[in-house]
Design a protein around this ligand. Structure first.
Ligand code: GLY
Length: 323
């Protein structure tokens, strides 16, 4: 990002307690300490407590200590063909486990799109300031990037700042975006894969909105619970513009007298299901998603009650994406 001139947080990579102390002093609170490893969205601590920051750094070994970025987070997905890209409609996900942006970070507890509160030119600005310079830099390095560039951003007072890149469609952020996409995704991906994205039209999105509510198992995000019987998916799925998307589920044999083939749908991970609804606007989609989510039960079920609730676009309790 530095080489490409892409706006992002200042950061230090640290492996010793001395380096950690110097970085914390330099950047000040709130402290953002990220495990420099894959951590399933759970390796970051954001805190005003210096001792907590030091402890997390010590537990991780190699860490990245970053400048705190203040502003609502957004996710923008760009489908790239190596030279250029098309953006999809921006989305926002909710990273903390509890309502109000409280509790530990997760991989995402829900999401919505479009972002009616964001500047209308957000996607254009991110393409110009982030995506195209990044693709140009990759070409300069002889490693053109073909695929989905997932840009996680903070919309700060000074403009968009990149929090993270992923090379994939983010979950659950992409779920409402794809619900609204009316042009063929396959055509777009095929053209990108063949380096000719400029030969296909820009993606088209329906009016209205989509909202996704994640249902997580007991213990998430620190752990997860497997084998809890899930009921109600059949009632929730496919009605009222709702899809139930499976993430951490399994089917187990549960023979009963007279029904030797009986099976149960059970939990098999942290984030178990995502209930996604389309509506006339965010409030309508939200109401449909929650009405469907109410039909699904399993022991220990956790879900936030404030996904896509008004006011939209507020800063979520120092939520920071990570790897
Ligand atoms: N929802 C965030 C991610 O997929 O990384």
């Amino acid at each position: 990002m530095a080489a490409a001139g892409v706006p992002t947080a200042r950061s230090f990579t640290c492996t010793t307690a001395e380096e950690v102390a110097a970085a914390l002093d330099e950047l000040g609170a709130p402290y953002v300490v990220k495990d420099d490893a894959l951590a399933a969205g759970k390796g970051v601590v954001v805190t005003n407590d210096r001792a907590e920051a030091v402890d997390h750094a010590a537990a991780c070994g190699r860490v990245v200590i970053e400048e705190f970025l203040d502003g609502p987070e957004v996710s923008l997905f760009a489908v790239c063909d190596g030279r250029t890209a098309y953006p999809l409609q921006p989305a926002q996900d909710f990273k903390r486990i509890f309502d109000g942006g409280l509790g530990p970070n997760t991989g995402g507890m829900g999401s919505y799109s479009p972002l009616t509160w964001a500047p209308a030119d957000l996607a254009d600005v991110v393409m110009e300031q982030v995506v195209q310079p990044t693709l140009d830099e990759m070409v300069r390095r002889g490693a053109p990037f073909v695929g989905c560039l997932y840009v996680g951003l903070a919309l700060t007072d000074a403009g968009p700042r990149v929090i993270e890149f992923n090379c994939r469609f983010g979950d659950p952020d992409i779920q409402p975006v794809l619900a609204m996409l009316t042009s063929p995704l396959g055509t777009l991906l095929h053209a990108a894969a063949q380096g000719r994205i400029d030969e296909v039209p820009a993606p088209v999105f329906a009016d209205g909105a989509a909202v996704t509510v994640v249902l997580a198992s007991a213990g998430y995000p620190e752990s997860s619970s497997k084998g809890d019987v899930i009921r109600g998916v059949g009632n929730a799925n496919g009605v009222n513009d709702v899809d139930v998307i499976h993430a951490g589920t399994a089917i187990i044999a549960a023979p009963e007298p007279g029904d030797p083939d009986h099976r149960h749908l059970v939990t098999a991970g942290g984030r178990v299901l995502a209930v996604r609804a389309v509506g006339y606007d965010v409030a309508d989609a939200r109401a449909r998603a929650y009405a469907a989510a109410d039909l699904i039960t399993f022991d220990g079920l956790q879900r936030r009650t404030d996904i896509a609730a008004e006011p939209l676009g507020v800063v979520e309790g120092a939520s920071v994406k990570d790897s």
